[in-house]
Design a protein around this ligand. Structure first.
Ligand code: HEM
Length: 160
């Protein structure tokens, strides 16, 4: 059996988009977080799986997280899975992509700048602004335009 995620450890804590969560749940749909992830204070916590391709000094490279959240509703017409987020950071900025299952890995949001903090043995970036990328538009039925604000994200990794 899989161990439940430890939400105080390294990982990505993110509500995705509050208005979308509200829309799905108020419409009688469901938001289900996979056992590998955790639902904490209304956020999805995706545990850090691999930071081996990330360089802390430059904040560049790739961070891979596990777990998924799945949104369903409208009697099956709405079925969106966001799984195993990757954060990829280079000189152009940082982007989070997700595996949707149906359409493969899709760039979801661009991250804004954030100050690096320390939390015990973890490095933390809190309340990072996120904005939807154009590639993700079809996932949301074309309702949101590119640049649409999604929820702020908090990221914790191990001090290297
Ligand atoms: C039977 C199919 C569907 C119907 C009847 C429907 C209907 C609606 C209606 C009436 C709204 C505006 C009202 C509100 O905000 O509560 C809305 C918003 C929205 N719908 Fe749908 N929809 C359908 C399918 C989908 C699908 C497949 C998606 C894909 C994810 C989707 C994504 C959205 C989004 C992202 C919003 C905006 C939510 C927000 O306020 O942020 N819808 N839909």
């Amino acid at each position: 059996m899989q161990e439940p995620a430890d939400a105080t450890g390294p990982g990505l804590a993110w509500g995705v988009k509050a208005s979308f969560v509200r829309y799905v749940t108020m419409g009688g749909g469901e938001v289900r977080v996979s056992p590998a992830a955790a639902s904490v204070d209304g956020l999805v916590f995706f545990p850090l799986l691999d930071q081996g391709d990330f360089e802390l000094a430059t904040a560049r490279g790739t961070l891979r997280f596990g777990g998924s959240v799945r949104f369903t509703g409208h009697f099956g017409a709405l079925d969106l899975m966001l799984a195993e987020p990757w954060l990829e950071s280079d000189e152009r900025g940082a982007v989070v992509s997700v595996d949707t299952g149906a359409t493969g890995r899709v760039p979801l949001v661009a991250l804004g700048p954030a100050e690096t903090g320390v939390e015990g043995e973890l490095i933390v970036w809190r309340d990072i602004e996120t904005r939807m990328l154009p590639e993700a538009g079809p996932l949301f039925n074309g309702v949101y335009g590119a640049g649409e604000p999604f929820d702020p994200a908090t990221l914790r990794i191990r001090d290297l």
